[in-house]
Design a protein. Sequence first.
Lengths: 565, 602
Amino acid sequence: MSEQDKNVKLSDNERLKRESNFLRGTIEQDLKDEITGGFTADNFQLIRFHGMYQQDDRDIRGERAKQKLEPLHNVMLRARMPGGIIKPEQWLAIDKFADEKTSYGSIRLTTRQTFQFHGVLKPNIKGMHQMLNSVGIDSIATAGDVNRNVLCTTNPVESELHQEAYDWAAKISEHLLPKTKAYAEIWLNGEKAETTEEPILGSNYLPRKFKTTVTIPPNNEVDVHANDLNFVAIAEDGKLVGFNVLVGGGLAMTHGDTATYPRKADDFGFIALADTLKIAEHVVSVQRDWGNRSNRKNAKTKYTLDRVGTDVFKAEVEQRAGVKFAPSRPYEFTHRGDRIGWVEGIDGKHHLTLFIQSGRILDYPDKPLKTGCRKIAEVHQGDMRMTANQNLIIAGVPADQKAVIEEIARNHGLIDDKDTEQRKNSMACVALPTCPLAMAEAERYLPSLIEKTEALLAKHGIPDDSIIMRVVGCPNGCGRAMLAEAGLVGKGPGKYNVYLGGNLEGTRIPKLYLENVGEDVYLDAFDKLIGQWASERNDGECFGDFVIRKGIVAEVKVSVTDFHA
Amino acid sequence: MLLGQLNALASPLSQEQVQKLQGLVAELNPIQQAWVSGYLAANANSAALGGVTAAVPSAGEAAALTILYGSQTGNAKGVATKLKEQAESRGLAVKLVSMADYKPTALKKEKFLSVVVSTYGEGEPPEDAETLHEFLATKKAPKLDGVKVAVIGLGDSSYEFFCQTAKDFEQRLNKLGAETVYQRADLDVDYDDEAATWITGALDAFEPDLKAQQSATGGQVVSFGAPAIAASQYTKQNPFAAELSTVQKITGRDSTKDVRHVEISLEGSDITYTPGDSLGVYFLNDEALVDEVLTLTQIDAASKVKIADEELSVRDALIEKLELTQSYPGFVEKYAIATGTPELLKLVEDKAAMREYIEPRQIFDVIRQNPAKLEAQTLVDCLRKLQARLYSIASSQAEVEDEVHLTIGLVEFEAFGSEHLGGCSGYLARRAEEGCKVKVYSEHNDNFRLPANDDTPVIMVGPGTGIAPFRAFLQERDAREAAGKNWLFFGNPHFTQDFLYQVEIQGYLKSGLLSKVDVAFSRDQAEKVYVQDKLRQNSQAVFEWLEAGAHFYICGDANRMAKDVHQALLDIIKENSGKNDEDAEQYLKDLRSANRYQKDVY
């Protein structure tokens, strides 16, 4: 079963990883090439392993072709920030860089609990990595076929438990990191050092991207079912004692390919803390050896589990790690949203969660968000936390600093009492104009979709209620639309597939309701459904549960059989 | 004569030669046939004379008028050719020689000399004239007592050192003892009439003595330097109304420059061109500006005026026939007198103040700031004829056939609270619509040519719109499958916005046509980087290419870039060969004499 069919041709990405000399490729030559702002051939893929994607301004691609200019190539950088914690001095450094050296002048918080720079031109790339390095940040393995940035519930209230969970997130991240020194050599002018092996990831790295979280119930802000590997924290008396391990979640699919589907993670059972790194390593190693390396659309852990059987996969992990999974400990997810505003932790410190629409921190004409964040970072004594919902927490504020920070936040539009629940529970991926995969608008469209949805809620007399609504430009999964109550997945300009039926906790995959439709069609549908929900729902019944109970869509229980049924 | 009728009896050719010719002609398209006819004519001329450059007469040879011309864009050569033709029609012996091909030591054998020379930049001689211009000021220059000379200069009075080179030549020749037989003329951009008058006057002055000496020695009429290409019927005086097919901005949306790629169809004309040539383009003035000028001068738009022998409305005259943008002292002077404006009259007395006044202004600014009621004809008489603008051609007919491409930087600036546009660039970029007709003619430039040998490497330095002729060179070499290596140096402010023809250049690199490309984007980093810096960075390789026979070309800004590149070349030669300043200069002079160092600068 572990043997790939020898006659199946490996995907071209396997060749380029093998030939890359441990992720070096000819990136350094490309950096010296002054004739193009892009990377050539294999390097285009290889820079992903170093945390960057080559992108271009798609709004002006056609215009530039007429101008006999190449696309406006630039890179997007995604930092590695396990658990999303960033110190104020780090924030000030990235704030400055975003201002001075990026085309969009923004800091983009993302669902991977980190920040992205958009629009960095080739001559500025090395300087960017050196700037990050000077404040203790890197971008190793935040993209590509590796274990990516490890998420961790931000929970600032239970500070001790969070600290332990966060430490594990950082340790797992380090443990699963590529061992090649290519990053330091290329970007930091590090000494050349030969790499001879990648003990965990293997010399060909993983078959596909791999995502890991450390989660503290009952908050499922990290969306465990969007991740390959999840360590669900089990605490006794406020102390972390071990993890339930959930394997094989993932939301990506391909339009029109029913062999692809979003899938929830399976519960493998409970492990003690001491076994955490061993289990992490061997879930990765089994996926490394058993994952499909010929068809990238079938290469993620979720497909390996469905192909070999969850039990077989689990047994192999147990055998390799020398650890038996104990029965799962009970836990419960109750919600996924961030609690916007102030909370007080058990340690007496205060924490302010700022709602950042679509995670885009930029100085808008009426809302100078970026300046506000910078001013907070200038006076803040604790840390800052980026959430998987693309929001920002100013954590660990002593009581006497609360007023100062709140004033800055209010003066810069970071606290806006007019933000509705609907706005706070809506999310979008970046999409156009920078993401090369986007088929439709997402982030730029979200504000108007929210307004229209708010109007519908108001029309049906429930203006304070909300629906977890997510818009994404493609079916690749970044905005986690496949765990929304109502998810819009881009199909073409102005056209979306509409999926309904996720729940508040993020434990149910929604199902296709409308295919390839424009705004008039789905708003009309939302109008009717919201009307029905307002008048016919059970007490406290969320929209996703309602559409399932009413049979408006069928429930997806087992993705492989139900999702496309 | 039609080929079908061609036979050995009706021609001086043998039957075998007739067959070969018929075979060859059958393979040629009309453009090629036109070229071959010109080539053969030139070839016959030079064969009769033992080579075009063998221009030095032997002692005792017939007395003749030697016409020396120094031309940058071909205008001076054109005037010199007319002078030659007029002289021939009077039965005078005449030699027409480019200064580039003239041995300075031959001066002492001259008796009758006419100099036709242009001036460019800050009073500088054209490339061709540099050596002779310099030589005349040295102690090596021979005594020229008894030599009769007449000098005519070409220039643009909107530049400070108007016709300076012609003045220098006359002064230096006089100093050596030569006698001016006819007063020098300094031709401005609109020179046709004045040139014709001067030619008649000068020949009248030369004719008696020249004829006397000619009959004494039994001389005969000879002519030199026939054009290499059959002349088109379309000329500066008789331009072709061509279809403007494309005007495409080729700088990015955030560029500080607006550069247009222009495609014009020559279909229906017999205009041909060779990479290195320029295209003369006529344009229409901005109607809004014309109407404003008419209002300011209280002239009725329908008033009839006369320009030369043509009668038309003053509005049409201002739109189509007269210069309203490029300012020059002559206009200010005439306008000052016509309007009696005291401030302007003061300027006429003070050259420096006049220069300062003209510098930021276009012609209509002068009128706008000094409005006065005028008669329509008076205004028209103040203005000079609208001149075609010359642009280096950016295409090769081997690739684009009957199209011609240009790379035009839009001249635009703010002054006195309003937007100002260049006359022609403003017309093409802002007002002309694709599909309309523009009047054009081609201007040959034999001083900017690819090497005849396709194996010869070339180095091309063309920042900004200076890239234009090199796009033509590359298309030509690509079509010819020339084996010689090609190295391009390009520069502009910003990589993302101003990399002209980036995608084409990338394609040529990929195909191997371009061996190397070095780019200098001056404002992409704290320290400004220019093409000359890139040349210096590649010092050794540049020298190796030169030693391997490379031709070196510069196109673009004359005042700074070309000089900086020249200096960089000198430094490169010194650094790699150990030569001193003088020898390095000599190295470049030798390159120039061998036509391996050519400039198209403006």
